[in-house]
Design a protein around this ligand. Structure first.
Ligand SMILES: [Cu+2]
Length: 672
């Protein structure tokens, strides 16, 4: 999306202290993406100061939450769902090192980000809107979680880390480790983490039952140099959560398991024509089982089993080319097949069990091509222009699935769609201190399999059962954005504004004449296309270092949306401001973060079943120190979250479930 704007936010000092590191070390060759990179070591290896004190134990969800424009939908302690500028689910694209991965849960309990841990990651890139950074068509951009790879030819052959963390609220504990071997031709890295928490206590002392979780995650990756410029890499991650409570929902999770594997071949000739070429094949499988057996009898009108699975196999082939000195071309061909199966068995007290499919064995096939050109117009101006086109096929792969929907629709339910995205991002360096950037894009996305074929999927947010609609048209948008950056030695200020103009916005609308499946549901909705909608907003970040021992960071996010019927769009966070001051003193780091969220009054109960939310203000404190003994570093970090034990929730928190109250976290990590 936007431009050259590589905002590299380095998460360090325990709390997300965003420091604008390396704004284009590649100088004029700057890039054109708005990318937020959360990095904890590797790349910073030569930057001692930055490496110091990075807290490797902050969760993925907390890292995501402190990125400008990102808000999280929360259903409990575990597996928050990210939104970018108010867009989520099918409107954004989430990939793990370029691999498509689709959650298996019909209640959105398992976003892709729940199957990885910071211990697996090199960086998290977020792109806002349509650009050349994503691995699929989208409207709202997306995340790419880049897996950490072992490095060849390190000075130290064996490196690693081990850590232990404890949190007083919920008695959460985690233990993690990683070890890496680096040879000249072969390198391998293994990592693992185990996390477990009880139920937490909200601000003011209310215990939130069913907010516990336990999980482990292990990763293994290896790289082998076949010959000069030729590499082969293998990656495997296994993630297993169990006994996970979702206090905002009607059910919990017995287990959520993912296996994610890939093999890739890289050719890096570094010649003028072809800079690099990578081709990857991958497969992942998710197994998810919901569980209501621990809930009190009065909460469970009918006991149900609701398992679901998701399998994705795919590939991408990504090449960077040079054409003359001014054109830098990226081509990306990718494709995947995803299959979703979800079912529900109800056990009424005095009757036979009832079985039905809720996602009737649906399949999505995607093949897409993205071509972009970064053009250096002059030493001050640059544009990135590109197009992306996708063919998507949607179908039902089992006779059982077809039969289920044949009662509701006639004719063939297979659908194929073409998607066409195009984007132009430009930037102009006015002076050493001022940079202007702007972008225009046409985005498009197909309906998700849930939106097309879902069968009575209960949505806790508005209390309706949802039906899919195979006849949905693509959702389209015009994305406009512009920004300005001021940069000086001691301060960087970035401000940007955006507007997305939607056509055929996909949303659920009440459908008369259908009776509900979920007991207590308010009615049945079906996904339809709404003629138009508009979403606009702005982000501003400030990063200042007035003295060598003091840093100030401020992240401010605002968005607002409305559809053609003048209903406020759902799940749009109000204005939020997160401000962190960090001070260094005799090797100690002290920081304090103040978070303010305005109230959200721009909601539509009639349109989307949303209620207004209150404003809040919370404060976190923290301190840390790193001890170095030869080549071993011991990091010690403590944080006191929500110092005043404030009872609060964010607008995107389902059923306005209170967030944790005061919480003391202690993280120790040793790196060698
Ligand atoms: Cu679920």
């Amino acid at each position: 999306m936007t431009l050259k704007n590589i905002a590299v936010f380095t998460f360090m000092l325990c709390i997300a202290v965003t420091t604008r590191a390396q704004e284009d070390t590649t100088a004029a060759k700057t890039i054109t993406l708005l990318e937020v990179v959360v990095q904890h070591d590797a790349k910073l290896r030569n930057s001692r100061e930055k490496k110091q004190g990075a807290d490797l134990q902050i969760s993925t969800d907390q890292l995501l939450e402190s990125i400008a424009g990102v808000n999280m939908i929360r259903r409990g302690s575990y597996a928050w769902e990210p939104t970018i500028r108010g867009l989520n689910a099918g409107q954004i694209n989430v990939t793990i090192s370029g691999m498509a991965i689709v959650g298996a849960c019909t209640d959105r309990m398992d976003p892709a980000s729940s199957y990885i841990e910071p211990n697996n990651l090199q960086s998290i890139s977020v792109s806002y809107g349509v650009n050349n950074q994503s691995y699929g068509s989208s409207i709202g951009g997306g995340f790419n979680f880049k897996l950490k790879q072992p490095e060849l030819g390190n000075e130290k052959k064996i490196t690693g880390l081990a850590g232990l963390g404890y949190e007083t609220n919920a008695h959460a504990m985690q233990t993690l480790a990683a070890v890496e071997y680096s040879g000249k031709r072969f390198a391998i890295r293994g990592n693992g983490i185990f996390r477990k928490a009880g139920s937490y206590t909200a601000g003011g002392g209310e215990k939130i039952p069913f907010s516990q979780y336990a999980k482990w995650n292990g990763g293994l990756s290896a790289i082998y140099r076949l010959a000069d410029h030729h590499f082969i890499t293998l990656d495997y991650i296994q993630d297993e959560g169990r006994d996970i409570g979702y206090p905002a929902l009607l059910m919990d999770v017995a287990f959520a398991k993912a296996k994610i594997g890939s093999v890739s071949y890289q050719y890096k000739p570094h010649n003028k024509r072809l800079h690099s070429w990578e081709t990857k094949w991958y497969y992942n499988t998710i197994d998810h089982a919901m569980d209501d057996t621990h809930r009190p009898k009065n909460q469970v009108s009918i006991h149900m089993d609701m398992p679901g699975t998701s399998q994705t196999m795919g590939f991408y082939s990504d090449a960077q080319w040079g054409l003359g000195s001014r054109h830098h071309i990226t081509t990306r061909l990718n494709g995947y097949r995803n299959r979703l199966h979800a079912e529900m068995t109800m056990y009424p007290e005095n009757a036979a069990p009832m079985f039905m499919l809720t996602i009737p064995d649906a399949q999505r096939d995607v093949i897409g091509l993205d071509i972009s050109d970064r053009i250096e117009l002059s030493s001050k101006a640059e544009i990135i222009a590109g197009i992306r086109t996708d063919y998507t096929g949607s179908s039902l792969y089992s006779a059982e699935g077809k039969q289920l929907l044949s009662g509701m629709y006639t004719g063939n339910l297979n659908r194929s769609r073409f998607l066409f995205n195009a984007y132009v991002n430009g930037q102009y360096r006015v002076s050493d201190h001022w940079l202007l950037y702007t972008n225009v894009a046409k985005g498009m996305r197909g309906a998700t399999l849930q939106e097309m074929y879902g069968f009575y999927l209960f949505n806790r947010m508005d209390g309706y059962d949802y039906l899919g609609n195979p006849g949905l048209s693509n959702e389209e948008s015009w994305n406009l954005g512009t920004g300005v950056r001021f940069q000086q030695k001691k301060i960087t200020v970035d401000g940007q504004a955006f507007a997305y103009l939607f056509r055929d916005y996909i949303a659920g609308k009440p459908r008369e004449g259908y009776s509900v499946m979920t007991s207590g549901a308010k009615g049945v909705k079906q996904y339809i296309n709404i003629a138009s909608a508009v979403l606009y907003g702005a982000e501003a970040t400030v990063s200042a270092r007035p003295f060598s021992f003091l840093r100030i960071n401020s992240i401010n996010t605002y968005s607002r949306g409305q559809d053609a019927d003048h209903h406020a769009l759902p799940l749009i966070a109000p204005f939020k401001s997160e401000n962190t001051v960090t001070a260094l003193w005799k090797g100690y780091r002290f920081h304090t973060t103040a978070v303010y969220s305005a109230a959200q009054r721009h909601v539509s109960y009639t349109g989307y079943g949303e209620l207004p939310s209150e404003s809040f203000f919370i404060l976190h404190l923290g301190a840390g120190k790193s001890f170095t003994i030869r080549t071993t570093v011991l990091d010690f970090n403590v944080r006191m979250m929500n110092v005043f034990d404030k009872k609060y929730y964010e607008h995107l928190d389902i059923v306005k479930l209170s967030r944790p109250g005061r919480n003391l976290e202690i993280h120790t990590t040793i790196r060698f």
